[in-house]
Ligand binder design. Structure first.
Ligand code: URA
Length: 233
């Protein structure tokens, strides 16, 4: 790939802007200043304005989504999850894997691999999603049973799910589907309003305590391998 095209993909501006950046000597490859925008990039170390730059076009990241952000690429009125990511992720089309509601927090994956995303949210694959929900009324053993049998909601019957009562008003819930308002609707159908909802695991990817709400990190190699395995790739 041409150096000016790579810089453009990485969010350093339009093609003409990155050509200028290169011509004025702001770009180095393996310590050598390059002034030819048509120069091919051959996996060297890339420095732009003196800072080393991650040149990977394939990325998969884990965000601890805070409340108040829409899971969408863009929205004319509301802030989206991209507002807390460096611009490069949108430029690389690193897109959310499924959605979390605006008021839901926790594990949200993003990937540049469309096939991976597609498989991870496919209902065929039964990938587990684990949530912690706080509800308005006390949970009871009948809820566990209803979830294990498949909760009958107003317009769908959920697949069997696992509900564990952690505290009278707090449950851990494992589902393998991702319908709109899935967990809130299952709780509603068993007589509970959801006060808060946090996703703590998506397939093999566990939300670690160290990842603060509103932060993100790249997946480790092991996590990436586990995610691809879960997707059958
Ligand atoms: N279920 C919901 O109801 N909301 C979410 O954001 C995720 C799962």
């Amino acid at each position: 790939m041409r150096l000016d095209a790579l810089l453009s993909r990485l969010g350093f501006g339009s093609r003409s802007e990155t050509q200028r950046l290169i011509r004025v000597g702001k770009v180095r490859l393996d310590g050598e200043t390059v002034t030819d925008p048509s120069r091919s990039f051959r996996e060297e170390k890339l420095f732009v304005n003196g800072a080393e730059t991650d040149t990977r076009l394939k990325r998969t990241i884990l965000m601890n989504k805070p409340k108040g952000l829409l899971t969408a690429a863009e929205d004319p009125r509301q802030e989206t999850v991209f507002s807390i990511l460096p611009r490069v992720y949108a430029k690389l089309s690193c897109m959310p894997v499924g959605r979390l509601d605006k008021d839901t927090t926790g594990a949200l994956l993003f990937t540049t691999d469309g096939e991976l995303a597609h498989r991870l949210i496919s209902p065929k694959r039964d990938i587990e999603k684990v949530y912690v929900a706080r509800v308005d009324t006390a949970l009871c053993p009948e809820d566990i049973e209803a979830f294990s049998k498949g909760v009958v909601c107003s317009d769908f019957t959920a697949k069997p799910a696992l509900l564990t009562i952690l505290e009278p008003h707090t449950a851990r819930i494992t589902v393998t589907e991702g319908k709109y308002h899935q967990v809130k609707r299952m709780l509603k159908a068993t007589g509970h309003e959801t006060l808060s909802l946090k996703r703590i695991r998506f397939g093999p990817i566990v939300l670690d305590e160290a990842l603060q709400e509103g932060s993100y990190r790249e997946l480790t190699e092991e996590e990436t391998a586990a995610l691809y395995r879960a997707a059958g790739m």
